[in-house]
Design a protein around this ligand. Structure first.
Ligand code: KG4
Ligand code: ZN
Length: 342
């Protein structure tokens, strides 16, 4: 079964054709990084306009590269409908609806968060239940994936998302845009112990898996001197490396705690920050039987993960009506840990 995937929830416009959820026939990603760089962050109005410009050429290119005739060889159309920037989501969804009408093929609505958590499945043998860590610019979620359309949230962030903290630190110090990659590159030449920045410690039973980045951010931006180790040099590299160590350790410690508490030793890590080199190193120290982290291209926003999970929904007969709306906000997933632990 060929599923066409469309992703336009933020600043990546992407179209992919994936066969049977696993074989990527074509995968095109147009990143708008250049379009937003001078503003130091994603400008929603620019994002939706760029999606409008790019969606048709990317669709044509994806069909050409996959050597398929869209009128004949697409079995279903999967598209991100939530969460994300409304204007951007609407471009992808409007295009998908038009295509569905034109080809007579069914439409599949995909939740972007669940798709990120599915991404490792494209390359490995991953099946629910498993523990998931989603770390991106918009989300920080420790969860149990119960099925391809069901997850239980164990913990989230009480303020910034993990990638957002990277982006804000990079913006403050002028490290470059996008921030995560800039910090990662600088950190490679720095001493991660030059500064002893504080790690958030939310230890109440209600927040066993939650994280917070406001304290770390303040320490790095405004109280740096207090945390500098004797004889450590003040440098961009040292700041980046020390910040990165604590920012990543914060989430990895919560994930390890969830593994220990639940006894679930199959784990997937996804989202843009999963591309971080220190995170990938630390992941090797988790006490797991199975660890799944997608390749770089499938960590950040992409349409292959949308087509992949779309295949599972098509098999389950979970199709969307043509009037399906977009939803900017994160869906109300089941949540444990509040007032009772696991
Ligand atoms: O998954 P993604 O492409 O978009 C969202 O759904 O948010 O994630 C983008 C985020 C950005 O905050 C970016 O700075 C971060 O992922 N990121 C990284 C790295 N590469 C991307 N953060 C840390 N280290 C990296 N190497
Ligand atoms: Zn994403």
């Amino acid at each position: 079964m060929n599923v066409l995937g469309i992703e336009s929830s933020c600043d990546e416009c992407s179209v992919a054709v994936v066969r049977d959820g696993r074989t990527i026939l074509s995968h095109i990603i147009y990143s708008q990084i250049e379009d937003h760089a001078r503003y130091g962050g994603v400008v929603p109005e620019i994002a939706s306009r760029k999606h409008t410009e790019w969606i048709l050429p990317l669709f044509r290119e994806a069909c050409k590269e996959a050597a398929i005739d869209p009128a004949r060889d697409i079995d279903a159309i999967a598209v991100t409908t939530e969460p994300g920037l409304s204007g951007s989501l609407l471009v992808g969804l409007g295009f998908a609806k038009g295509l569905s009408v034109a080809t007579g093929r069914p439409l599949i609505a995909v939740d972007h968060i669940l798709a990120h958590l599915y991404a490792p499945r494209i390359e490995g043998d991953l099946a629910p239940p498993y523990l998931g860590l989603l770390v991106s610019g918009g989300h920080t979620i420790v969860c149990r994936v119960d099925g391809w359309n069901a997850m239980t949230v164990l913990g989230t962030t009480t303020d910034d998302a993990c990638g957002e903290a990277f982006d804000k630190i990079a913006k403050h110090f002028g490290f470059g845009y996008p921030g995560g990659l800039a910090v990662d590159r600088l950190a490679a030449r720095g001493d991660p112990y030059a500064y002893d920045f504080p790690e958030s410690r939310l230890d109440s039973p209600q927040q066993r898996y939650d994280v917070s980045y406001s304290g770390l951010k303040t320490a790095v931006v405004a109280q740096r001197e207090r945390f500098r180790r004797p004889n450590a040099e003040e440098s961009a590299e040292n700041i980046a490396a020390s910040f990165q160590r604590v920012a990543i350790d914060t989430v990895m410690r919560r994930l390890q705690r969830a593994i220990s508490d639940t006894g679930i030793r199959r784990v997937a890590i996804a989202g843009g920050v999963a591309a971080n080199s220190y995170l990938r190193k630390r992941a090797g120290e988790l006490t797991v039987d199975e660890l799944h982290i997608p390749s770089m291209e499938l960590c950040t926003d992409n349409a292959a993960m949308i087509a992949g999970i779309g295949f599972e929904y098509a098999n389950a007969g979970r199709f969307a009506e043509l009037d399906v709306p977009v939803n900017a906000r994160v869906r109300g997933y089941r949540r444990v840990g509040r007032g009772g632990g696991w």
